[in-house]
Design a protein around this ligand. Structure first.
Ligand code: FUC
Length: 747
């Protein structure tokens, strides 16, 4: 039915990519739902290979001059050879995120369950399984509680004494062992490597009725009425420079909070916590016959109906992105990595780290607009770490002040270039700064700007003030050496760098003005900004990706780097008509997506140029071609960025607030339904956020806005626009205004 936010299936998951994810920010778990054999694979976000380590090569700086000379002189092959030899991190690859372990449950006789259903209910963040065997209905319920930092499992049967199962723990790690110290505890203890992170998981068992027999590494329960399991995990990770915490003590503490409390009480705490975040945003864009199908069948049916034929699935996918962010990124946890918090592989694709030339940032695109601002806190914390390690890299590679982060970081907060020469790209940290500035623009939180954002942005600026070089022909200031992610070869001043640095300098200078500090720096930034290589329009009328006009028409590369200033940036907009038109040309050249995230990036980009139908086409492509049965996004393999990017993309189709009504950063132009696709003629969205502390609810019919409610959180002025009309509004903090489709005030 419409609005039912449930993924469901009529058979167990066979593969990991069919299992259903739960998470509490720190821990993730994948529920398979097998009849005779249940597997719940779990993770903890601080379990990584490696140990505290600085990847910066201390000799790199000696070669910077030569590298720059080779790049500037067009001696690319030699530059590439030198770059690879002397300018990459040590070692060249960062460390991978690790799986933790598995809970296994065996149910003899349950090989052919009847009336089977497994589901993930997004509104309650609960995975459930139910089926019948021999006239008994069996149920399982799994949730990951953020307030109690554990995963809870409850097994039930509708006839007393019917639950018989063997419970064990497993792990893919070699240096680990499982024990059963009591008839209500299983312990998994180990290390990732001899000198690396140590870990412990504790599974606590509570049974109603029946008997428990302790085996060397398992607990066998016979004839119980109900069984409850509580899983806590811990590692020795304290921060990126220390791995000396005691996982046993941590497990003791975590378990002590849980063991004395009733399941219902723990569940109530979980529900209250989850609903407070998840319930802030609602979306309805219609319903159809496919609402009645299991989720995997729904995905397959798209081949004949397209996503337009299943609007309920679009809404489900949008909310799934919000669900996944809540489950993988909470204050105090690690941020969502390439796989969020879910990973079963010792060698996951791209090490499942934080890739900053698009993927990591995309994870956080929905945070502010989709009303989950606090879920972005782990990203802000990570930024503080990479400022510290990035200072060392700035010195070691460039002899510069400030801090730099290249195109990847990991648990150890590596900031040096890694992997290959495309890692020699200095703008990852500056892109992260954009998120700090945007967080201020959405929240208006001056304390955040002063204490968290501005100091970090100022130091990022210092790095570029020290390292930008003058391009000899044009005299523009450019980055060197650099790379346009992940195309071409070593270069200077690719459009993306210049756009990100322009945005950084502008935001930092404006922040300094708001805070009334650093007058000299403001002057320096404004002067340098005026000399940065500008957005250029090439001979085909396209926005140029590089300083030279060498773009190849219809290059459909997955990366949309030169369109950064169109989205997520805001500098390319209809007020700069020529550049805006050139950006559209390049966007059209890029065509449809390829990887999941590249479909997802095209969604907000097309929304920014007002083409809801083409944005929708990318959403459709993402779901038809790059989505797994559990609605996880595919890059090639599973990679979560496309889930988050699509959620941000849908928001961007329905509401935008990039421009300003005047000069104040907190006084936005709020565009209502700027890119509504024909596929969604009627619908409602509630609770999206606009910059300046606003919250917006919209309703439309026959493709036309019928009602908008805008609530002001900060008392800032705004201009509200729709279909060629606009109205100015300034309401006190806490007040709201309701408008009809002609923007007339209505009750
Ligand atoms: C970038 C992308 C790849 C992949 C990787 C994690 O390098 O170009 O497609 O997403 O990150």
């Amino acid at each position: 039915m419409a609005g039912d936010l449930t993924l469901w299936y009529d058979k167990p998951a066979e593969k990991w990519t069919e299992a259903l994810p739960v998470g509490n920010g720190y821990m993730g778990a994948m529920v398979f739902g097998g009849g005779a054999a249940e597997r719940i694979q779990f993770n903890e976000d601080t379990l990584w290979r490696g140990k505290p380590h600085d990847y910066a090569s201390t000799e790199a700086h000696q070669h910077l001059g030569e590298l720059r000379r080779l790049v500037a002189g067009g001696e690319t092959a030699r530059a590439v050879e030198l770059g690879r030899r002397v300018f990459l991190g040590v070692p060249r690859r960062q460390m991978p995120y690790q799986p933790f372990g598995d809970i296994f449950l065996k149910f003899p006789g349950h090989e052919t369950p009847a009336a089977y259903r497994r589901e993930l209910d997004l509104a309650s963040a609960t995975a459930r399984v139910r089926y019948r065997v021999g006239g008994v209905e069996y149920g399982r319920e799994v949730f990951a509680s953020h307030p109690d930092r554990m995963v809870a499992v409850r097994l039930t049967a509708d006839r007393p004494g019917s639950l018989t199962t063997t419970i064990s723990l497993g792990t893919p790690h070699k240096l680990a062992e499982v024990s059963a110290p009591s008839d209500h505890t299983l312990v998994l203890r180990g290390r990732v490597q001899e000198d690396g992170v140590s870990f412990e998981a504790r599974l606590h068992l509570r049974v109603n009725g029946g008997t428990v027999v302790r085996e060397p590494t398992a607990l066998a329960v016979t004839g119980a009425d109900a069984i409850e399991l509580f899983l806590v995990t811990a590692t020795s990770y304290r921060d990126y420079e220390h791995i000396d915490a005691d996982p046993t003590m941590r497990c003791d503490e975590r378990l002590a909070r849980v063991t004395g409390r009733a399941f219902d009480e723990l569940r109530a705490a979980h529900l209250a916590d989850h609903r407070a975040l998840f319930g802030r945003v609602t979306l309805e864009v219609g319903s159809g016959d496919q609402d009645r199908l299991p989720t995997d069948a729904r995905l397959k049916a798209l081949k004949s109906t397209g996503l337009a034929g299943d609007p309920g699935l679009a809404a489900l996918h949008f909310q799934y992105g919000r669900y996944l962010l809540i489950a993988s990124s909470r204050p105090g946890s690690q941020p969502a990595n390439l796989q969020g918090v879910w990973n079963e592989l010792l060698d996951p694709p791209w090490e499942s780290k934080f890739t900053t030339n698009i993927n990591f940032e995309m994870n956080y695109w929905p945070a502010e607009v989709a009303n989950l601002g606090e879920c972005a806190e782990p990203m802000v914390d990570l930024i503080d770490d990479v400022v510290a390690s990035g200072r060392r890299t700035a010195r070691a590679y460039y002899g510069a002040r400030g801090w730099v982060l290249h195109h990847n970081t990991d648990l150890w907060r590596g900031t040096a270039p890694v992997n290959n020469i495309d890692g020699i790209w200095p703008s990852g940290g500056a892109w992260l700064c954009w998120h700090l500035w945007e967080r201020y623009r959405f929240s208006g939180d001056r304390g955040f700007l002063e204490r968290r954002a501005y100091p970090v942005m100022r130091e990022a600026c210092e790095f570029f003030l020290d390292t930008l070089v003058e391009e000899p022909k044009t005299k523009w200031l450019v980055t060197s050496p650099s790379f346009s992610p992940e195309q071409g070869t070593l270069t200077v001043g690719p459009a993306m760098d210049m756009q990100i640095i322009r945005a950084l300098f502008a935001a930092t200078s404006e922040s300094a003005r708001i805070l009334g500090v650093d007058g000299d720096l403001i002057d320096q930034l404004d002067a340098a900004r005026a000399r940065l290589a500008p957005d250029q329009i090439g001979r085909h009328g396209q926005l140029q990706e590089w300083i030279e006009d060498v773009d190849v028409p219809n290059n459909a590369h997955r990366h949309m780097s030169p369109l950064w200033a169109l989205y997520p940036g805001d500098d390319i907009n209809p007020e700069r008509a020529e550049v805006f038109t050139a950006a559209k040309k390049l966007l059209a050249w890029r065509g449809d997506g390829s990887t999941g995230w590249s479909y997802a990036w095209r969604m907000p980009l097309w929304a920014r140029v007002g083409d809801g139908d083409f944005a929708f086409r990318q959403f459709d492509g993402l779901l038809q071609r790059k989505t797994l049965p559990n609605l996880f996004d595919l890059c090639g393999p599973f990679q979560i960025d496309g889930n988050f990017g699509a959620t941000a993309g849908v928001a961007e189709m329905l509401l935008q607030s990039h421009l300003r009504a005047g000069s104040d950063a907190l006084s936005p132009v709020i565009d209502l339904l700027p890119a509504l696709p024909k596929a969604w003629p009627a619908g409602t969205i509630g609770g999206l956020r606009a910059r300046g502390g606003f919250e917006v609810d919209l309703a439309w019919r026959d493709g036309v806005l019928t009602r908008a409610v805008i609530r002001s959180g900060l008392g800032q002025p705004c201009r509200i626009r729709y279909a060629g009309r606009s109205v100015e509004w300034r309401g006190d903090a806490g007040t709201s205004i309701a408008l009809d489709g002609s923007l007339k005030v209505v009750p």
